[in-house]
Write a protein that binds this ligand. Structure first.
Ligand code: PGA
Ligand code: ZN
Length: 433
């Protein structure tokens, strides 16, 4: 079925910033609609969102991006067969010779590309996850969530240096159990903060505001919350961190503002290694900066057989960077953010590169999100195993978890991956005995 109309409109994200929504309408009348998300701790090599600059809307206007959707992107997509995602993405890419999509805008590109995918699913009469599984020859499965309890870094005015303190519940039998356990831990953490007089609302992704005196206090509080929730850390649930080290480090020099401490690469590796020994951490994202490939390789050499090491800013959903990192022995998993790449097809290429390397893959939201639930479907349809959405509060986060529950109703609870994605970690080895 041919694409008839492509229409962009300005809508607003979870931080109150303008963003791009795209409708792709087919000759049959079928509709695909997506909203572009927006990051705050962005990698320097990811697709660049086109913003208007100037005084209005704090420079964050998207009129130029919308003009690109309604002009050149609409012209390039109109008449194309919607089921040919690769051709649609080639048409979008053909409009922009710049490596980071600053001409057409990453926000314009990602919303258009994903809207084509949605329209193809609608035309086929399938939910998006089923269309993704069929189109890319994958077996659908419900992902294991990473859920934030405390938010820090760029999502909390740099109140603490580390960005995400999260839990995973690999011992859960289904998605409902993950939600129940998370509810218990999330509110136990809130109660502890309240009792200490440190409850101060939530950060950008819904995690409790990190009113801590050190980064490690956040970890200790998380363990206390897990125990207060009646869980034994390291049994049914484990801890996951996003260090987002590029946010506080450059050229192998890291500065922990909260503790007023400067660390070189190897000191940071030692500090994180000590945390891996002291806490039930099973996954760690961007432990070193995006410009520190040697540090990342060294970290992976030392700890890669124990924990999942995810590249986010380090790999920016780029297949070539995944291949290069795999060859260098840096990381063993990739974070998949469609708007870092810019199109669905490039994201699939990155997923395949990760698969070829024998790596894990975590589909991820951005810190600026909306009611759009595409990523719940993408993670399920690709059967990639893991999904990172932020915390357990604020509807732009809960919408994604709730959509997984709806998908589970269709797919069956037995298609929840449980702890499988963490089999290679110490947790999986311990489970196997
Ligand atoms: P961002 O952060 O969306 O603000 O870039 C998310 C992450 O680092 O995982
Ligand atoms: Zn990250």
């Amino acid at each position: 079925m041919a694409i008839k109309t492509v229409k962009g409109r300005r809508v607003w994200d979870s931080r109150g910033n303008p963003t791009v929504e795209v409708d792709v309408i087919l000759e049959s009348g079928a509709l695909g609609r997506t909203i572009a998300p927006a990051g705050a701790s962005r990698g320097t090599r990811e697709a660049i969102d086109l913003r208007d600059g100037g005084q209005a809307l704090r420079g964050k206007g998207v009129e130029r991006a919308l003009a690109n959707v309604n002009g050149p992107i609409a012209a390039a997509l109109t008449g194309l067969e919607v089921a040919d995602q690769a051709a649609a993405d080639r048409a979008i890419l053909g409009l922009d010779a710049s490596p980071l999509k600053e001409t057409i805008g990453g926000n314009a590109a990602v919303a258009a590309s994903l809207a084509v995918l949605h329209a193809a699913a609608a035309e086929a009469g399938k939910p998006l996850w089923r269309h993704v599984a069929d189109h890319y020859g994958r077996e659908a499965s419900l992902p294991l969530p990473e859920i934030q309890i405390f938010g820090g870094g760029a999502h909390a005015g740099r109140r603490v240096d580390i960005q995400d303190f999260m839990i995973m519940v690999p011992g859960a039998k289904d998605f409902d159990e993950v939600m129940e356990v998370t509810n218990a831990v999330y509110f136990a953490a809130g109660d502890i903060m309240a009792a200490r007089g440190k409850l101060a609302g939530v950060a950008d992704e819904g995690g409790w505001w990190p009113s801590f005196d050190s980064n490690e206090e956040a970890l200790e509080t998380l363990v206390t919350a897990i125990e207060k929730a009646g869980e034994k850390p390291g049994e049914r649930l484990v801890i996951s961190l996003d260090i987002a080290a590029s946010e506080f480090g450059k050229d192998g020099e890291y500065h922990l503002a909260l503790e007023n401490r400067a660390l070189d690469s190897s000191a940071l590796i030692d500090m994180l290694g000590a945390w891996l020994d002291a806490y039930p951490i099973v996954s760690i994202e961007d432990p070193l900066g995006e410009d520190d490939p040697d540090g990342m390789a060294e970290f992976t050499r030392r700890f890669g057989d124990r924990v999942q090491i995810i590249g986010d800013d380090f790999l920016v959903t780029n297949a070539g960077l995944v291949e290069r990192a795999a060859a260098a022995g840096a990381c063993n998993a990739v974070l998949l953010k469609v708007n870092q790449a810019g199109t669905v097809s490039e994201s699939i290429e990155t997923f395949r590169a990760a698969q070829a390397a024998g790596w894990g893959c975590v589909v991820s939201a951005r810190s600026g999100e909306t009611e759009d639930v595409s990523i719940s479907h993408l993670a399920t349809g690709l059967g990639c195993g893991q999904l990172k959405v932020g915390s357990f509060q604020r509807s732009e986060r809960m919408a994604k978890w709730n959509e997984c529950l709806r998908i589970q109703d269709k797919l069956g609870a037995e298609r929840f991956v449980r702890g499988k994605p963490l089999e290679a970690s110490w947790w999986g080895k311990k489970r196997k005995g």
